[in-house]
Design a protein around this ligand. Structure first.
Ligand SMILES: Cc1cc2nc3c(=O)[nH]c(=O)nc-3n(C[C@H](O)[C@H](O)[C@H](O)COP(=O)(O)OP(=O)(O)OC[C@H]3O[C@@H](n4cnc5c(N)ncnc54)[C@H](O)[C@@H]3O)c2cc1C
Length: 458
């Protein structure tokens, strides 16, 4: 393998190959500060270099793990001592923002927040947003088909992709950098790489859809006394503000209490409510939108759907409300803390969460369960703080979350993907026939199993 490293050093641009102590100097991921493991980190400067890397590694049977911003939640980018890491960190260019066709052309290593800002400077809007925006990359977002806080209005990452360029495990460059909304000329090959977690190719560039910037933004944090009011509030909002509803995020009471403990965030209202919903509308009518939003919130009060609400008076106050939703640092200790991401119909959520609580009480009696999520999309996240160092805490917690999902026909992954972490549970959400086709696709595209081997499926 030293020969391969020497050959890659010779064929790639300066600074592309990182080895030795410089590898271990990096953290494993956003979630794990331990030293990164890899035989070498390869930092291609362009698509051609990605192709050189994959061609040579495929020929030598060398495993390659693709790294974006390393914020993924399911260990999809885990690398071992013998793996090569292919890091997209030097492919960060925002190549084109077309304000007429409303398209963005970007390299896959660009950090989401940098792209959002570049687009905003052109008075456009990229409708993809998630708490990891400061670190996650466009390539990682597409490889995981990321969700986030605007899905309720704009769909998941997949819905934003018009064109894609990817390099196959054998080094073939597959360029489908389409800019049109409509293009039914044969198979839509870009879909092979969206949500397949880097198992079928390395995404190198993409064309994404943009929207015009909204001219009004109205936000509210509301308190609810009963979960049955959550879907009623959602439908009330959908019925009255329609498509302008861009976020509908739920937080269970103990999550809000934990993140507003002294030393963390400032509580914007009474902390004792059982449920909180943070919702937001983006509109285009500066004359009417603010009044209409206020009217809709008042109606929700009058109908008894909400018992309290805070409407931010400035952007700083709005950011402070969103920080309560986005910044979950306060619940991450003491370790171990396990994060989950599931989806199920909103009408089954209350019963499902009660089932999870009951199972955890039985199996991990000292644990804390914190619940939040993109509930408008049927998506719940849990943090389970185990409060024990028992070696089986993880598996007891996993079973308590996933087993009860069956009766509600829920999915073991709403938006984080499968990675290595959820492989064991994949068959609960996908049929044997579906998994067999996934394996066939993997065997066709990557017969030597060099790219992200073992991710999603064996
Ligand atoms: C604070 C926080 C909040 C989050 N909120 C959300 C949320 O609301 N919604 C959501 O969906 N996720 C969320 N996540 C999870 C995570 O941010 C997303 O999964 C994100 O899309 C991963 O992007 P990344 O660049 O960090 O990818 P990485 O973690 O580096 O990689 C993730 C997977 O994609 C593959 N990959 C990365 N780049 C490429 C590429 N160019 N080509 C092919 N494969 C590639 C990797 O091999 C790996 O399998 C959150 C994470 C954090 C830390």
């Amino acid at each position: 393998m030293t020969d391969l490293i020497a050959e890659l050093t010779e064929k790639l641009s300066a600074g592309a190959v990182v080895t030795g102590a410089d590898v271990a100097a990096r953290a494993t991921s956003y979630w794990d500060a331990s030293p990164m493991k890899a035989r070498a980190i390869l930092r291609p400067a362009n698509t051609g270099e990605v192709s050189i890397i994959l061609t040579l590694c495929n020929e030598r049977g060398q495993k390659v793990v693709t790294h974006g911003g390393l914020t993924g939640c399911v260990q999809g980018a885990s690398s071992g001592d013998d793996d090569f890491v292919l890091s997209m960190e030097r492919m960060t260019a925002v190549e084109d923002i077309d304000t007429v066709s409303h398209t963005l052309t970007v390299q896959a290593g660009a950090v989401l927040e940098t792209v959002q800002n570049a687009v905003r400077d052109q008075r456009m809007f990229l409708p993809l947003d998630l708490g990891a925006r400061g670190s996650c990359t466009i390539g990682g977002n597409l490889a995981t088909n990321a969700g986030g806080i605007n899905v309720i209005r704009y769909g998941m990452a997949r819905a934003l992709v018009l064109g894609l360029e990817a390099v196959l495990p054998d080094g073939t460059v597959l360029s489908s950098m389409n800019k049109m909304l409509k293009n039914n000329a044969g198979f839509d090959l870009k879909q092979l790489f969206i949500g397949t977690e880097g198992t079928l190719g390395v995404i190198t560039r993409a064309v994404l859809r943009l929207q015009p910037q909204s001219t009004t933004k109205n936000t509210a944090l509301a308190a609810l006394s009963d979960f049955s009011d959550v879907p009623k509030l959602l439908n009330h909002l959908k019925g009255s503000v329609g498509a302008s509803l861009s976020a509908f995020e739920a937080m269970w009471g103990n999550y809000v209490r934990a993140v507003t403990e002294p030393g963390w965030h400032t509580a914007p209202m009474d902390r004792s409510h059982p449920y909180y919903i943070l919702f937001e509308c983006d509109g285009s009518d500066p004359v009417r939108d603010d009044d209409r939003f206020m009217e809709v919130v008042e109606q929700a009060f009058d109908e008894g759907l909400i018992v309290d609400a805070v409407l931010p008076k400035s952007e700083a106050e709005r950011q402070a409300l969103w920080a309560i939703r986005d910044d979950f640092e306060a619940v991450l200790s003491p370790k171990p803390v396990f994060l989950y991401d599931v989806s199920l119909p909103i009408t089954s959520m209350e019963a499902y969460v009660a089932d999870v609580q009951a199972l955890l009480k039985e199996r991990l009696p000292n644990s804390d369960l914190f619940t939040l999520g993109h509930v408008g999309d049927g998506n719940i996240h849990f943090f389970v703080r185990a409060n024990t160092e028992a070696t089986d805490a993880r598996s007891l917690s996993d079973c308590s979350i996933y087993e009860p999902l069956v009766k509600y026909s829920g999915s073991v992954s709403a938006e984080h993907g499968i990675g290595f972490e959820k492989k064991k549970w994949l068959a609960q959400s996908r049929s044997a026939a579906e998994i067999a086709v996934m394996r066939k696709l993997k065997a066709t595209f990557d017969p030597n199993r060099t790219l992200n081997p073992g991710v999603v499926i064996d």
